[in-house]
Design a protein around this ligand. Structure first.
Ligand code: BES
Ligand code: ZN
Length: 588
C-alpha cells in the first residue's frame, strides 16, 4: 500500500490483522447480520488501531475479557466511519460484536418473491472494492491479508456458502462452518445464503444455484473442470482446492466476482449457447492474477484486471481457437478506444497506474485497466516470444504468491527477468502515460473485418440481409452493435432488432449496446422493454450505458429519474450508488 492510500483509514504502522474468527447469524426479518469476531494481529499493536467500518452498529468491544474503549472519530460518505480502538498498545487479539445495517453497501437481501424459485429469500455479498467494511470492521485495503474461520447460522432450510472451505454443513439445523486457510485481502471475503442445490462438474469443480435454474446452468458451464486444467497449464498449480460457482439473482452488479474457491456469477451469462463462458475463464484466471498476486492498492488495479484479461485471452485461444481470440481482441480494442475518447485521451484515468488522490475505488477503476493492461502484456510477450514469456509467467506466480504487489514491484521483477522487454517496449509510456500506445502485437481478425464491411455498407445506405448475419459469432453481433452510429432511423432500429433476433437471443450484452441506440434514435416504443431490463438486470456493464443514454437524450432525460425510482428497490446498493451518481451528476 502506498502510505496515503486514500480509499482506507488503515494505518499500517499500527500493525496488520492476521486472522479473524467469525460467528455470523443471518436475520432475514431485519436484513442484518449479527456478528462476533475475534481478531488476531501479526504482531503486538503499536498504540491504537484504526479500522474501516461502514454503517456498522458496534455493540461490544473487549480485549482479554476487559471492555475496550472505542469511538468513531472520523467519517466520510465514501470511506464510512473510522473505528478507533483505544488502549490496545501491546495487545495481539481483541473481540468485537456488531450488526450490519440493512443498507450495508456489500449486502443485498432479496425478497423470496424476487428469486428464481419465489419461495425463499436470497442474500449475497459483493465486497470489491471497499465494501467489506460494511460487513465487518477491517483494514479494508488489498495490502493486508488474513486467514479466517466462520460459524454461520441461517434460517432452517436455507444453505450458507462462503468463499472458503466448507468444514461442516447442516441444512436441517441451519449451521455451517467454514475456514479459509490461505490469506486473503478483505475484498475477497464473500457469503451467500439461499435455497441452493449443488451440482458437480468434476472432482474439483461444481456449482450452487437455486433448484429452478440448476439444470440450465449445469449445461452452460459443463466445461469448467477442463478450464481449471487448461488454466493450470498457463499459470501453474491451482492453489485454492475447489473451484465452484454460485449463480446469483440477476440483480448482481457484476458479470462475475472472483471470490476464492467460489466465483459469484450473474445468471445473465446463462444463454443456452455456452456463448459467454469466457466470463468464467476470466474469474477463474483471477485465482492466480488477483487472488494469489493481489494489487497492493486500487491504483495498481491493472495488475489484477490487465493480467487476468491477458490470461483469459490466452486460455480462450486454446479453448475456442484463434479466430475467436482475434475477434475478442478487435472488439476489446474498439471498446477501449471509444472509452478513452470519451474520458479524453489525455485523462490520467487512461494510465495503467492510476492517480492516487481519489477515495472511491469503484469509480476510478475502469475497463482501461483490463484492455490496456492486457495489450501491454501482449506487447511484452511479443518482445521476448511466447515461450520465454510463458516461463516468466510461471516464475512470477511462484515468486509473489499470496502477496500484494505494487506496479513498481512488478516492473522491477520484469526488468530483472526480461530486460529485453525494456529495450523493445516503451514500458514507461504504457504504464505512466495516458492514451493507447501503438501495438506491435495486434492480430488481424477476419471475422471482425466482415463486420466492419457490413457497417460501412450500412453507412453507404445498404442494410445487411438476414442471411448475412444469421450465423454470426456472438462477438460479431456485439461488434456490429458497438460499431453502429448512435443515431439511426427508427425504422432501422426495428429492422436490426428483427434480423439479429435480439429478443430471442435475450443476451444482455446485445441490449447494452442496442438500447442506447434506440434511445438516442428516438425509438420510443422500446421503452417498455428497456424498463423491464433495467428492473431486472443489475450488471453495471450492461445497465449504466443505457442510463447514460437516457440522461444524454432530450426526450428521455426527464424519464430517467422516475424510471430509476421505480426499479431502485430491486437493485444492489452498489448499482444504486452508481445509477444515482450518474443522475445526480446530470442534475436529475
Ligand atoms: N473483479 C471484477 C469485478 C469488479 C471490478 C468488482 C471492480 C468490483 C470492482 C471481475 O473479475 C470482473 O472483471 N467482472 C467483469 C466481467 C469480466 C469478464 C470483464 C464484469 O463484471 O463485468
Ligand atoms: Zn476481473
Amino acid at each position: 500500500m502506498t502510505p496515503q492510500d486514500p480509499t482506507t483509514y488503515t494505518d499500517l504502522t499500527q500493525g496488520k490483522i492476521k486472522h479473524i474468527d467469525f460467528r455470523i447469524r443471518a436475520d432475514f426479518s431485519t436484513c442484518t447480520l449479527d456478528i462476533e469476531a475475534t481478531y488476531q494481529m501479526q504482531e503486538p499493536i503499536r498504540g491504537s488501531l484504526y479500522l474501516d467500518t461502514f454503517k456498522l452498529n458496534i455493540k461490544d468491544a473487549h480485549v482479554n475479557s476487559q471492555a475496550l474503549a472505542w469511538e468513531f472519530d472520523d467519517n466520510d460518505e465514501i470511506l464510512g466511519e473510522r473505528l478507533h480502538l483505544k488502549d490496545l498498545d501491546g495487545a495481539e487479539s481483541f473481540t468485537l460484536a456488531f450488526q450490519t445495517s440493512p443498507e450495508s453497501r456489500a449486502l443485498q437481501w432479496i425478497d423470496a418473491s424476487k428469486t428464481a424459485g419465489g419461495k425463499h429469500p436470497f442474500l449475497f455479498s459483493q465486497c470489491q472494492s471497499t465494501h467489506a467494511r460494511s460487513i465487518f470492521p477491517c483494514q479494508d485495503t488489498p495490502s493486508v491479508r488474513f486467514t479466517y474461520s466462520a460459524e454461520v447460522e441461517v434460517p432452517k432450510g436455507l444453505r450458507a456458502v462462503m468463499a472458503a472451505e466448507q468444514v461442516e454443513a447442516s441444512e436441517g439445523s441451519g449451521k455451517f462452518i467454514f475456514k479459509m486457510p490461505q490469506p486473503i485481502p478483505s475484498y475477497l471475503f464473500a457469503i451467500g445464503v439461499a435455497n441452493l442445490v449443488f451440482h458437480e462438474f468434476g472432482p474439483r469443480t461444481g456449482m450452487y444455484a437455486e433448484p429452478e435454474i440448476i439444470e440450465a446452468a449445469a449445461w452452460e458451464f459443463a466445461e469448467n473442470e477442463i478450464k481449471v486444467t487448461e488454466a493450470e497449464k498457463l499459470l501453474g498449480p491451482y492453489m485454492w482446492g475447489r473451484y465452484d460457482l454460485l449463480v446469483l439473482p440477476p440483480s448482481f452488479p457484476y458479470g462475475g466476482m472472483e471470490n476464492p474457491r467460489l466465483t459469484f456469477l450473474t445468471p445473465t451469462s446463462i444463454l443456452g449457447t455456452r456463448g459467454q463462458t469466457s466470463l468464467i475463464t476470466h474469474e477463474l484466471a483471477h485465482a492466480w492474477t488477483g487472488n494469489l498476486i493481489t494489487n497492493a492498492s486500487w491504483q495498481d488495479f491493472w495488475l489484477n484486471e490487465g493480467w487476468t484479461t491477458y490470461a483469459e485471452t490466452r486460455i480462450t485461444e486454446v479453448l475456442e481457437g484463434k479466430d475467436s481470440h482475434d475477434l475478442h481482441d478487435a472488439y476489446n480494442e474498439k471498446g477501449l478506444i471509444t472509452l478513452m475518447e470519451h474520458m479524453g485521451m489525455d485523462s490520467p484515468h487512461t494510465c495503467l497506474k492510476l492517480p492516487g488522490d481519489e477515495k472511491d475505488a469503484d469509480s476510478f477503476a475502469t475497463t482501461v485497466a483490463y484492455y490496456k493492461g492486457c495489450f501491454f502484456l501482449k506487447e511484452c510477450e511479443h518482445a521476448v516470444g511466447r515461450e520465454r514469456f510463458d516461463s516468466f509467467i510461471q516464475k512470477y506466480m511462484k515468486r509473489f504468491q499470496f502477496q500484494s504487489l505494487t506496479t513498481e514491484g512488478f516492473l522491477e521483477f520484469l526488468k530483472e527477468e526480461l530486460p529485453v522487454v525494456y529495450e523493445k517496449v516503451d514500458v514507461h509510456k504504457w504504464i505512466y502515460e495516458p492514451g493507447l500506445p501503438e501495438r506491435k502485437n495486434r492480430p488481424q481478425s477476419r471475422l471482425y473485418e466482415e463486420v466492419e464491411k457490413t457497417l460501412s455498407d450500412y453507412e453507404q445506405g445498404k442494410r445487411p440481409a438476414r442471411e448475412k448475419v444469421a450465423d454470426w459469432h456472438r462477438y460479431q453481433i456485439m461488434s456490429f452493435l458497438q460499431g453502429l452510429p448512435k443515431k439511426i432511423p427508427v425504422d432501422d432500429c426495428k429492422y436490426f432488432e428483427d434480423i439479429l433476433e435480439l429478443e430471442k437471443a435475450n443476451d444482455g450484452a446485445f441490449f447494452s449496446s442496442f438500447y442506447p441506440i434506440c434511445i438516442i434514435s428516438g425509438y420510443q416504443e422500446a421503452m417498455p422493454g428497456i424498463e423491464q431490463f433495467m428492473g431486472k438486470v443489475g450488471r453495471m456493464l450492461y445497465v449504466l450505458p443505457i442510463m447514460r443514454a437516457m440522461i444524454e437524450t432530450d426526450w428521455s432525460k426527464g424519464l430517467a429519474r422516475p424510471l430509476f425510482e421505480r426499479v431502485r428497490e430491486r437493485h444492489h446498493q452498489i448499482t444504486i450508488k452508481a445509477m444515482d451518481g450518474l443522475l445526480k451528476k446530470a442534475g436529475l
